[in-house]
Write a protein of this length. Structure first.
Length: 228
């Protein structure tokens, strides 16, 4: 059995190997809650992700291989010692799983956290989270952020093994001209792996729309062949 994901070989399962796939993709999403993110922006980020998870086209992308479902987890991050798991690993086997995950995110409340921005630590935390799902074919870390790293290990020095890292870069309404430079920083120092990419949002108000674009791109699977 051969599956291809948007030009990337995800897995090859031989009929005589006895291997049983349990999960096609583990997707961990890390949300920036550093000092540059105010209370309104915090809610736009969490509620925007919740809405994106229940978008009809995203739901279709999740459901396209029901026999080998995807799994998701969500965490928030800021300083070197400030990472909090909001949604534990959840198998998405039905639209109800997406709706329940969205409700958990909508019900999450902000807690006091470190004000600094430790992108390197966010990468290592997300990598460790993904390594707890070894049976999944593909491991993808999403990091959302609105600024450059200013503490902890440098993001360019952290490379979780076997993990594709994508980014959603958020610009501010007063600094839209800086968004290309910030996206370039994430392109150079944060993302990694085959087909890794940077998505951009003009501001937190645009976060939901940008997240929908990103999830659809990450989850779309093209079945080229399925042979015994």
């Amino acid at each position: 059995m051969h599956w291809i994901k948007t030009g990337l070989l995800v897995a090859t399962l031989c009929a005589n190997s006895g291997a049983a796939a349990k999960c096609r993709q583990a997707l961990a999403l890390g949300l920036d809650v550093s000092g540059s993110v105010d209370a309104k922006e915090y809610r736009l980020q969490l509620d925007g992700l919740a809405a994106a998870l229940t978008d009809p086209e995203v739901e279709t992308a999740f459901m396209q291989m029901p026999e080998v479902p995807a799994r998701i987890a969500v965490f928030e991050w800021s300083g070197p010692s400030a990472q909090r798991l909001l949604l534990e690993w959840t198998e998405i086997g039905s639209p109800d799983d997406l709706r329940r995950s969205a409700e958990i995110l909508r019900g999450s409340q902000r807690k006091i956290s470190e004000p600094s921005t430790a992108l390197g630590r966010a990468k290592s935390f997300g990598g460790a989270l993904l390594h707890s799902q070894p049976e999944c074919w593909r491991h993808v870390l999403d990091i959302s952020g609105d600024g450059m790293s200013n503490t902890g290990p440098r993001p360019q020095d952290i490379h979780p093994k076997g993990v594709v890292i994508n980014a959603l870069v958020i610009g501010g309404n007063s600094q839209e001209t800086e968004l290309p430079a910030l996206a370039g920083y994430f392109q150079t120092y944060v993302i990694q792996g085959a087909d890794a990419f940077v998505e951009t949002a003009l501001g937190f108000e645009d976060y939901q729309t940008a997240m929908i674009r990103k999830l659809k791109r990450e989850l779309t699977v093209l079945v080229l062949s399925r042979n015994p």
